[in-house]
Design a protein around this ligand. Structure first.
Ligand SMILES: [Zn+2]
Length: 313
């Protein structure tokens, strides 16, 4: 077995995070993805990532203890709401610990050189989660916890690219004054959560290490290609990251019920290709992809499938 083959994390525990019948971020999202990857013979081309739950101390790399304990208690009492659209159920804390822990395990596998590419099909998502507040369907900031863990393990230059249709406000807040983490977000603007204008560029040591690319409602594949070629790839080339972490939401798809963009499935294949070929040249091929949004089940499944096909190529 090739020790460097791609790895995947897909675990039934993520489906135990229940959000209610009328919520778009539902366990069935993972069922749709899994069915698509299985039926196309893709799932078995990945090796399974070892199951790993984050400890509270690891969550504290990003979040404060008061917030972590609050989420745990709320879940233990049967659930409730972190904000108007972020419900938690009894098992949500466990699912959230696994989501954060899987990102940490992915970093470990890359450090041990057992793989270079990891696809994390997680719930709950993470990129809106702030240091002391869950919001926008997110409980803990999975990608930020992984990046902090990687810094602790000696990485000096980490790039986070967020192509979810919503601005990754939580990730931005966490690394806003950090020059070791380049944060790039391309998103619909103005839109939820309201942040992500072009003049948000970092502060202090981190000045210039946040790049926001606000896109008008209705932007299509060619608009995203231009943004990649003119802004995202040059910024990555200048930064020379050792690893790329992707906040891969698929809600800029034209059929997504929440987003207002016009991307086709092909755009996700093209963007993944660009990131993979950049990583091959500059980042030793290291990529970890974290699932964020994407709410049209058939289009989510198809978009994750083309994303996966490039990752295993
Ligand atoms: Zn989103």
């Amino acid at each position: 077995m090739n020790p460097m083959e791609p790895m995947i994390c897909i675990d039934p525990i993520f489906k135990e995070h229940k959000t209610g019948f009328f919520h778009p971020e539902v366990p069935e999202r993972l069922d749709a993805i899994q069915k698509e990857l299985e039926s196309k013979g893709i799932l078995n081309q990945f090796k399974s990532l070892k199951q790993r739950f984050a400890t509270k101390e690891e969550l504290e790399l990003v979040h404060n203890r008061y917030y972590i304990d609050y989420v745990e208690n709320l879940c233990n009492y049967g659930g409730g709401y972190l904000d108007g659209d972020t419900p938690v159920s009894k098992e949500s804390f466990k699912a959230a610990l696994l989501a954060a822990g899987s990102g940490i395990q992915a970093i470990e596998e890359i450090l041990q050189q057992t793989t270079r590419r990891v696809l994390l099909l997680l719930r709950p998502p993470g990129h809106h989660s702030l240091k002391s507040k869950g919001m926008g369907f997110c409980i803990f900031n999975n990608i930020a916890i992984s990046a902090k863990y990687a810094l602790k393990k000696g990485f000096k230059k980490i790039a986070i690219i967020d192509w979810d249709v919503h601005h990754g406000n939580g990730t931005q807040e966490i690394f806003y004054s950090d020059k070791n983490v380049l944060f790039i977000s391309i998103h619909q603007y103005p839109f939820y959560p309201g942040t992500g204008s072009m003049d948000e560029i970092g502060e202090g040591d981190g000045l210039g290490y946040t790049l926001n690319i606000p896109m008008q409602r209705g932007s299509d594949d060619s608009d995203y290609k231009k943004a990649f070629e003119n802004l995202i790839l040059p910024k990555l080339e200048q930064f020379e990251p050792e690893i790329i972490l992707l906040s891969s939401g698929f809600d800029a798809h034209k059929n997504d019920p929440l987003g207002g963009m016009e991307l086709t499935t092909n755009a996700y294949e093209w963007m993944t290709h660009k990131i993979v070929s950049f990583a091959e040249q500059c980042s030793k091929g290291r990529i970890i992809s974290f699932l964020e949004g994407g709410y049209s089940l058939p289009d989510l499944a198809e978009s994750v499938r083309v994303h996966s096909e490039v990752l295993i190529s």
